[in-house]
Structures are given as structure tokens and as C-alpha cells.
Design a protein around this ligand. Structure first.
Ligand SMILES: Nc1ncnc2c1ncn2[C@@H]1O[C@H](COP(=O)(O)OP(=O)(O)O)[C@@H](O)[C@H]1O
Ligand SMILES: [Mg+2]
Length: 367
């Protein structure tokens, strides 16, 4: 494989179960060594796509290539992939060492070599000395690490992970996210990671495919998905965002002027869409891109007056909800308390000013 070829190439792959269209003509390419996530709500087709990569399901149409080989006639056990599930099935009657070595059982390696490989894996998952323990002597996080080691010991080209941290509590889950990411970097194996948790996907991934109803909405880096969503669904799914109805006045290359009602005439970058004068669009602004202060700002490109309706103090930052006449929903604002420009916060309604710079909004297709 040349370095520019993708490790995985999914070409117009669709899967139906009778009348249910689980995956609709999805195409994507995943690079060697990439940490790639499939992100979307429950039922959007993530597991089905992963199971087609593993060979447990056959595509209704389309073709999957792994390491330049078409997979259509390759059975699961002959694919260069391994899979880790949410319910980490490690064998209760075997100790940790035997569980990890289980992945090698068909390879008929000398005992000494097997032991050395298992020791290396125990180091990798930070459980040296745990070899003799049984499943019931391990925490949930430790069991999941053992399941990972078992999947990794044969050094598959691709590791498929279906919500592998879903059963862990929040704190352990966050710790495992960082560990799993570090482990993936150190082994350099391509990971395809399924999650419905956007924060998890943002934390861990090189790139993310955002899925909805069997379709792929956008494939991009976490930063681009957040800063430059290409459509309304992605913008709303990744983080919080304020949408304002607007219409295009003029387009000048990468930016457009829109008429945004009570917000006035606003200049903002255009997303991936093609826009023409008169089109109905959405002006989208993240809560942390809005500044909130008591007085009218002197230098901001755009500002609007409103009434502070509610505030929530969260320690490091505060969330504010501001009503503006002529806009139906309260506007969400998030400000770091260290940089707060609003003095004397209380819950009493009071006039405030919101402002933002031209490059911190994005224009999206209204549909
Ligand atoms: N074996 C199956 N038979 C029938 N329908 C299925 C089967 N597997 C999945 N589905 C349906 O396909 C859709 C996608 O499911 P799935 O891939 O499990 O989604 P996700 O993993 O994103 O939650 C759902 O509507 C689900 O009910
Ligand atoms: Mg699933």
C-alpha cells in the first residue's frame, strides 16, 4: 500500500434489513493510523456500518476495501480487523493472562513467545502484574483494557470499537478516553470508533463522520465540525448554537451580507453551501462567540441590545440567556468568568448588550 492510499475505502455502501434502510450509500476514506469516529444518535446506522467493516453483515450494495483489497468475498476471520464491543466479553473462567493470549490461540506460537507478547500487552494497558487475576477481581475499566489487549495482541491493521466506553461511569470514561487515545498513538493502528457522545468524539478523534438516519452529513476534523459546520444538522448536533433567520443580501466570495431582522445587516463567512441574493438562510453563532456586557460596546462589528433573563454560574464559566425583542428564543451566551465583562450578576432581568465579530458567525442553508 502506498502511503497516500487509504487504509479503508467505503464506496457507496448501503444496507437494508427488509424495509429498514439502516445505511444509505455512504462513502468515506480512512487513512492508515487515523483515529476515526462514527458519531450520531442511536439508530443512525453506526453499528451496522462497523459490522460491515468486520464482515458480520454484507452490504446490500457498494464495496468496502481494506488495505486495497476488496472485502466482499473475505470472511470476518480473514479480514485484517478486530472488534471491541461495549459489553466487554472477557471470559470469567480464564485469568487476565489467558484472556489476552486467547487472541493468539490459532497461531501455535511457542509458550515463551506468547508470554512475552502478553507481558508487552499488560505493560501497554498499564496492568503489569495483573496476569493472574480473574474477571471478578477487576474493575469495569480494567476489564475493558483487558478486552482491548486481547483485540490488539494480533496487531490487526484496523481496530473497530463499538461504544467501548459506554458502560463506564463518567469519570472513568473520561480517563479511559485519554488512555485509549494515547494507546492508539503508541501502537499506530487505525481505529474506527463508534460513539453517540459528541464530547467523546471531539476529544479523541483525528476526524469524525457525523451520521444521521443512515446518511453521512459531514466528515471533518473536530475543529472544523465545530467552527465550520456545513449544514444545520451538524451545527445543532455538535455543541450548542444559536440560529437566527436571515436572508442573503449579497455574496462576496467567502463572506456574505445578510439581513438578519432585528440583528440588522450582518456580515459573516459562508459555509459549504452556495447562496444567492434573496435566499432564506440561517445565521449561526456559538454561545462563546457572543460577548455580553452592561454597556453598548464601542468597537464591535455587530451588537444588539437585549434583556438578561437567566444566568447560571458554573465556576469556570457562566451561561446566560438573553431575550431580544423580535427573536423568538432566548439567545444562549457562554462566558469565561475570568474574562467576564458583565459586573454584578444576579438573576434579575436587566438590559445587556451582546456583540460579536464578523468572522465568528457562519451562514447555513435554512433547510
Ligand atoms: N439485524 C437487523 N435487523 C433489522 N433491523 C436492524 C438490524 N440491525 C439494525 N437494524 C436497524 O437499522 C438501523 C440502524 O441500527 P444500528 O446500526 O444499530 O444503529 P446505531 O448503532 O447507530 O444505534 C436501526 O433502525 C435498527 O433498528
Ligand atoms: Mg450501535
Amino acid at each position: 500500500m502506498s502511503s497516500s492510499d487509504p487504509m479503508i475505502s467505503i464506496r457507496s455502501v448501503a444496507k437494508s434489513f427488509g424495509p429498514v434502510r439502516a445505511v444509505e450509500a455512504v462513502s468515506m476514506e480512512i487513512a492508515e493510523g487515523e483515529f476515526f469516529s462514527l458519531l450520531g444518535p442511536s439508530g443512525c446506522g453506526k453499528t451496522t456500518l462497523l459490522r460491515m467493516l468486520a464482515g458480520f453483515e454484507t452490504p446490500t450494495s457498494g464495496e468496502i476495501f481494506i488495505d486495497d483489497q476488496p472485502m466482499s468475498s473475505v470472511p470476518p476471520h480473514q479480514r485484517p480487523v478486530n472488534m471491541v464491543f461495549q459489553s466487554y466479553a472477557i471470559f470469567p473462567h480464564l485469568n487476565v493472562r489467558a484472556n489476552i493470549a486467547y487472541g493468539l490461540r490459532k497461531q501455535k506460537l511457542p509458550k515463551q513467545q506468547q508470554n512475552a507478547m502478553v507481558d508487552e500487552m499488560l505493560e501497554l494497558i498499564k496492568l503489569p502484574g495483573y496476569g493472574d487475576r480473574r474477571s471478578h477481581e477487576l474493575s469495569g475499566g480494567e476489564r475493558q483494557r483487558v478486552a482491548l489487549a486481547r483485540a490488539l495482541i494480533k496487531r490487526p491493521k484496523v481496530l473497530l470499537l463499538d461504544e467501548p466506553l459506554g458502560a463506564l461511569d463518567k469519570q472513568l470514561r473520561e480517563q479511559m478516553q485519554l488512555e485509549l487515545r494515547a494507546l492508539q498513538r503508541s501502537v499506530g493502528i487505525t481505529f474506527v470508533f463508534v460513539t453517540h457522545d459528541q464530547e467523546e468524539a471531539l476529544t479523541m478523534s483525528d476526524r469524525i463522520a457525523v451520521m444521521s438516519k443512515g446518511r453521512c452529513l459531514q466528515i471533518d476534523t473536530p475543529n472544523r465540525l465545530y467552527e465550520a459546520p456545513s449544514n444545520r444538522e451538524v451545527a445543532a448536533f455538535i455543541g450548542t448554537i444559536n440560529f437566527f433567520d436571515a436572508s442573503i443580501k449579497s455574496v462576496n466570495g467567502e463572506t456574505a451580507n445578510v439581513d438578519a431582522g432585528v440583528l440588522g445587516e450582518v456580515k459573516a463567512p459562508v459555509g459549504d453551501g452556495t447562496f444567492a441574493s434573496g435566499m432564506k438562510v440561517l445565521l449561526a453563532i456559538r454561545p462563546e462567540k457572543l460577548s455580553i456586557e452592561s454597556k453598548k460596546p464601542k468597537r464591535s462589528a455587530h451588537a444588539v441590545e437585549g434583556v438578561l433573563d437567566a444566568a447560571a454560574y458554573l465556576g469556570e464559566r457562566s451561561h446566560y440567556y438573553v431575550r431580544v425583542d423580535g427573536i423568538e428564543r432566548p439567545i444562549a451566551v457562554s462566558a469565561q468568568n475570568a474574562h467576564r465583562m458583565l459586573e454584578g450578576i444576579d438573576d434579575q432581568p436587566r438590559p445587556v448588550w451582546l456583540s460579536w465579530s464578523s468572522d465568528s458567525a457562519v451562514i447555513l442553508d435554512a433547510k
